[in-house]
Ligand binder design. Structure first.
Ligand SMILES: Nc1ncnc2c1ncn2[C@@H]1O[C@H](COP(=O)(O)OP(=O)(O)OP(=O)(O)O)[C@@H](O)[C@H]1O
Length: 838
């Protein structure tokens, strides 16, 4: 209907209603009006309510409407303002209501809140309309607490590195971060809008699990992300179905990985309490040093869950999880791990004498898993155990015994059977109990379950080259022939397949095989290819064009860039000008990428390890190529270091700042980009907040961990150090501008578990005692997070942000126990096996 026609009909409608004399525009709906009546009725309602304000004004020209008078529809619960001038509730969440407008002062983008998408550990995620961009985005609004803020900055850093350096063309299923800003003292991070997560997808399918071809489709995509993460030496640390989201719109079969809030870099694993419980790897459960292999474990659990519809290891406690793992896999962690793991005695008894060794599945073991009674006797508390959901116990039986879809022909059934066998073989490589034997992404990516090749026999991945952990004490000779690849983690036995060498101009300049992750070689075989550029060890360059030096087989392609470990430089333009095996870095190549891909300035103190031979002239040494968070000396237990130990407060890049800026409680005054701190914070109450948080959500965390928490010690320490708290940091990032970079806040939180301390860093922490505020500030100002740092685009507003040791505490994460508990599992004990797949 045209506008005029509409107006005419509304006028006549109004007349009819007003005069009452004519036939009414409405009449009672009767069922006899036929099956289309409902549609017609809703059509009428739509027409009458479209532009309802205008309609009212036509009916009554005196009618006035103000949106401000509308009752607020709150999305945050509770919505009583308790702090931050009434903007925050008691949980330090910004109180959101529909149509609240959050403004990024810098980009002038308005975020009009429409609905709540999720509520996680770090805050709220809201669906927002951005009129300037004409699209919806997901806005993560971080709690207004320093620890959450710091951890979120860490997420920003990692994501930006991944987005810009490792997935530049948005092809590796990693969520795109758009921009970040401060609003009313809340850090807000905007992401591309995605659809529902895989857990919700399973739920909407009544937890029946997905067809195998869909499982394969999703698995391939997640695998692609894991390959990139491995190349970037980043561990996600919280892979779970809730953190894998379907794409919206045209390509609903695509998925993306979100939530890098717990991520860390390989070799610099500071936290011991990570991963959501159902997806927690044995090494993390046992308190054993972990690597990127923990993500492969979680991935294996997810793959099985996609097929079964229910988590494979849905344990109610860590004891319960371990017991399930041992039962389902028929194996327990090897003695070599149990001997060294911190928490072995919580779950295992030591048989003692070699003569009394018990045999477990044919292997002699000196450790034996505690029975419930033994656990009870040892801990003075019964272990929490949940119910078992499957008819079978062993992995193979559970998968093979899962009900088949109805009405399958004989051929279809045998095809499904062989697919299931492939699935079993695949996940066995992922949920291998020994992390050293667990397949890496490259190994797993060639499995027939993923490639779709016929599965005829158990898959044997190509052997790994030895991963040489990087040792900070290694003295590095920086000549290209002098072994610096070793220090960067490349092992001499890296096998090079230089099949494409002749077509690649870069190859001649990369004689030392491809780059390694921060933890060793990048594996010389595999699936990755076409244009990934495995850049030589530190100091190497890569450009946008094809640049491939590693071997690598097939599947994954499109310009994937594996940065070399420390100090690799990145730039768009071709720049391999060196000869004789040297990589020359042009002067304009102004920043570096660490092993984690994070850009770290060259002129900070620390080890020389990261210094490229090519960069020595231009830059001063950089610290180990770690995430800035790993440079933060986390809260250090007084049990390990004396209070006067320099390790307590500084010694590393950010740690120094931590040490001299122990202010509390931020009050960032100006919303937007210039927060500043002007109040002191009561460290004890901060600790209480954490304790409350922990008690509320994480019953598993033992009380000892809380009472003796390093955070507590730090809080008290920091009360004595509440002066000199203001440091300036620029903040901001342009929406939709992958190349635009900004210098950003670089406070990265760390909660430190002394037992988990990475010895590689202790020497860094204990040096450089003579720190002044001024050099700290300048050092921190120079922590660049983006590889391409163009000073012309660094004119972001600065903000002042206090940092103190208590602020550095990282909120302990265990989203599985906070967001998804046993109550989300079916009530019936064997629900899934009775469900028939649709
Ligand atoms: N880009 C996005 N598009 C759509 N929904 C999203 C997006 N990002 C996050 N969400 C929703 O918000 C929820 C919480 O997001 P996220 O996991 O990043 O927050 P979190 O606080 O880290 O959560 P957790 O406690 O699980 O760690 C997700 O499970 C998802 O449902």
């Amino acid at each position: 209907m045209s506008d005029q026609g509409m107006e005419k009909s509304v006028r006549s409608l109004g007349r009819a209603v007003i005069t009452g004399g004519e036939e009414s525009a409405f009449r009672r709906y009767t069922k006899d009006e036929g099956r289309f009546a409902r549609t017609e009725r809703s059509e009428l309602i739509k027409r009458l309510t479209k532009d309802i304000v205008g309609t009212y004004q036509l009916c009554n020209p005196k009618f006035k409407h103000s949106e401000a008078l509308n009752p607020k529809r709150y999305l945050t619960s509770p919505h009583i303002g308790e702090s931050n001038d009434g903007f925050d509730n008691t949980n330090s969440d910004l109180i959101l209501n529909v149509n609240l407008v959050l403004i990024n002062d810098r980009s002038q983008h308005r975020y009009i809140v429409k609905e709540l998408l999720g509520h996680g550990t770090f805050g709220q995620v809201a669906k927002c309309w951005v009129p300037e961009e004409n699209r919806y985005v997901a806005l993560k609004i971080i709690k207004n607490l320093p620890a959450y803020y710091n951890q979120a900055i860490h997420e920003v850093t990692i994501l930006r590195t991944l987005n810009e350096n490792f997935d530049r063309y948005n092809k590796h299923n990693i969520v795109r971060m758009l921009e970040f800003f401060l609003y009313r003292h809340h850090l807000c991070i905007s992401f591309e809008m995605l659809g529902i997560n895989l857990y919700d997808l399973l739920k909407s399918n009544n937890l029946k699990g997905l067809p195998l071809n869909v499982v394969r489709l999703f698995s391939n995509q997640i695998m692609c992300t894991l390959l990139v993460l491995k190349g970037a030496a980043i561990i996600h640390c919280d892979l779970k179905p809730e953190n894998i989201l379907l794409l919206e719109g045209l390509k609903p079969t695509g998925v993306k990985v979100i939530d890098f809030g717990s991520a860390c870099t390989e070799g610099h694993t500071v936290y011991s309490y990570i991963q959501s419980r159902y997806y927690r790897s044995p090494e993390v459960l046992l308190g054993y040093p972990y690597t990127a292999a923990i993500d492969m474990w979680s991935f294996g659990c997810i793959v099985v869950e996609l097929f079964l519809g229910l988590p494979l290891f849905a344990g109610s406690s860590e004891y319960d999880i371990l017991r399930r793992i041992i039962n389902v896999l028929g194996a327990q962690p090897p003695d070599s791990i149990l001997r060294e793991a911190k928490k072995t005695s919580s779950f295992f008894k030591h048989i003692g004498s070699i003569h009394r060794m018990e045999t477990f599945k044919g292997n002699k073991c000196v450790y034996h898993f505690l029975t419930e009674e033994e656990y009870n006797a040892r801990h003075q508390a019964k272990p929490i155990v949940g119910r078992w959901y499957f008819n079978q116990v062993k992995l193979d039986d559970i998968i093979l015994g899962y009900p088949y879809r109805k009405n399958l022909t004989k051929d279809e059934k045998s095809e499904e059977q062989s697919l299931r066998l492939a699935l079993i073989n695949f996940v066995r490589g992922l949920i291998e109990i020994d992390p050293k034997k667990r397949w890496t992404p490259l190994q797993a990516s060639q499995h027939p379950f993923l490639t779709g090749k016929p599965f005829t026999q158990p898959y044997h991945p190509p052997p790994l080259t030895h991963n040489t952990p990087i040792v900070s004490h290694v003295k590095v000779n920086h000549g290209p022939e002098q072994g610096h690849w070793l220090a960067s983690g490349l092992s001499p036995q890296v096998h090079m397949n230089l099949g494409v060498q002749h077509i690649n101009p870069c190859i001649q300049m990369m004689p030392f095989s491809h780059a390694s992750s921060g933890y060793g070689s990048c594996e010389s075989y595999g699936s990755f290819n076409e244009n990934p550029y495995f850049v030589g060890s530190y100091g190497s360059n890569c450009n946008e064009s094809s640049c491939l030096s590693g071997s690598c087989g097939s599947n994954y392609n499109d310009n994937l860039c594996f940065f070399g470990s420390y100090g690799s430089s990145y730039n768009d333009s071709p720049r391999f000008a060196g000869s004789n095996g040297e990589h020359r870095v042009p002067d304009y190549c102004s920043s570096t990428v660490g092993s984690s891909g994070l850009s770290i300035p060259m002129h900070i103190g620390g080890s020389n390890l990261g210094t490229s031979p090519d960069l020595r002239g231009a830059f001063r040494p950089m610290s180990l190529g770690a995430s800035p968070s790993q440079f933060t000396p986390p809260n250090i237990s007084p049990r390990k270091f004396s209070p006067n130990s320099p390790a307590n407060f500084h010694g590393s890049l950010l740690g120094k700042a931590t040490g001299v800026s122990p202010c509390h409680k931020k009050s960032w005054g100006h919303s937007g980009t210039i927060p500043h701190l002007n109040q002191h914070f009561d460290g004890v109450s901060q600790h209480r907040q954490f304790q409350h948080h922990l008690e509320g959500n994480y019953s598993e965390q033992n009380s000892e961990g809380l009472i003796n928490s390093p955070r507590n010690a730090q809080s008290i320490q920091s009360n004595r150090r509440n002066e000199r708290c203001q440091n300036e940091y620029p903040l901001g990032m342009a929406l939709n501008s992958p190349t635009s970079t900004s210098q950003t806040e670089s406070s990265f939180s760390s909660s430190f578990d002394p037992g988990n301390w990475d010895p590689n860093f202790s020497d860094l922490l204990l040096q450089d005692d003579d720190i002044t505020v001024s050099n700290l500030v300048s050092e921190i100002d120079n922590v660049h997070l983006a590889p391409k740092m163009d000073s012309s685009i660094l004119n972001f507003g600065t903000f002042r942000h206090a940092r103190d040791t208590s602020q550095m505490a990282r909120p302990i994460l265990n989203p599985a126990s906070s967001t998804r508990t046993d109550k989300h599992l079916p009530k019936c004990s064997k629900a899934p096996v009775h469900c028939v797949r649709q």
